[in-house]
Design a protein around this ligand. Sequence first.
Ligand code: NAP
Ligand code: MG
Length: 404
Amino acid sequence: MAQRIKMANPVVEIDGDEMTRVLWSAVKSELLEPYVDLKTEYYDLGIQNRDTTDDQVTADAGNAILRHRVGVKCATITANEQRVEEFGLKKMWKSPNATIRAILDGTVFRAPITVKCLKPAVRNWKKPITIARHAYGDIYKAVEYGVRGPGRAELTFTPSDGSTRFNEVVQDFAGPGILMAMQNNEKSMRSFAHSCFKYALGVKQDLWFAAKDTILKIYDQTFKNLFAEIYENDYAVAFGAAGIKYFYTLIDDAVQRVIRSEGGFVWACKNYDGDVMSDMISAAFGSLSMMTSILVSPDGCFEYEAAHGTVTQHYYRYLKGESTSTNPIATLFAWTGALRKRGEFDGTDALIEFADKLEAASIDTIESGVVTGDLLALYDGAQPRPVSYVDFIAAIKRRLDERL
Ligand code: NAP
Ligand code: MG
């Protein structure tokens, strides 16, 4: 075999918990280290180390991604009361993903890994559809009020500079009702737009954005206008050169176009639309174990991870010495995504080629009928054979070796 591929710069490696931590080390030792002289800056976000460091390690990992621009993250436990007790934690630490997302000011892109024998529920979808969700503001930070009887509801804004207040009557209630106010800010909307344009350029796919600007003539139209302005000023030329398009339409029109499309684009959604549509798209493409999640900052830093969690139930079986058939594909594609991006930033073609071949070997393995248990129910092809994660990784390695 040829020499191991050298990396010019490191990838930030963020280790995690439970079954995915087991998969992490298996993927590295079997599928990466024999071929790549891995250069990583390692952060252990396992729950015990987060506790020991008072969660400083999470902030350090996020800041490291800002420095090196590429990270890969293993799934981590988000602490809740039960976990605090299970591990004797000092406190209920915040979700590491939320902490890192805040540091990067990033947008999350969820992209399915498509395989021919796992047919999407929508017959005409041939390529993946990636959802970008603006995870800030709107109804998630809304103020609500339950009106109990007759009265006037008003919307008021008081400028800090002492200029004229804005005040408008929302409704004169004749009886009980409900009331809500929500907000967003321009900085966050701009960051969201930049992340979306950068991601679409990276994957060379069209970007769609949809809202309801015909009804929300200020709220949604501001989103629409900011996207249009940022596109014209910063991305139109690059999109032209890459042969891709930016496309705005109304959200209801987008929904029917998505269903009739053949896929192969990035769909940017406002917070609520993204919450709902990402679950619809995941379910229609098949399985959470075949879904990656990529956090992109507005200045172009990338963190790759699996969309699923730490697969706790499988881990408990693993600890008892039982063989588990946990799917490592999303974790593996997090690594190939990060290595490919590192290769693109550094101009290391060998690394990009390796990532492509490793992904192709994984997909070949599934198409040949060797699968993990979760894929059995979705499989559309000749008799699939379920194997343990160890045998599955070994089968990928054999196919990878044939390609190298
Ligand atoms: P989960 O780990 O995604 O697992 C839920 C179920 O989905 C599993 O029990 C398994 O079903 C199936 N599954 C998920 N990934 C799979 C894979 N790779 N291969 C095979 N089956 C897979 O979600 P959870 O049980 O709700 O959460 C477990 C822990 O993960 C929690 O502590 C949570 O905080 C954390 N979490 C972390 C992240 C993250 O870091 N990004 C995201 C979500 C959850 P069967 O048991 O039926 O086989
Ligand atoms: Mg949801």
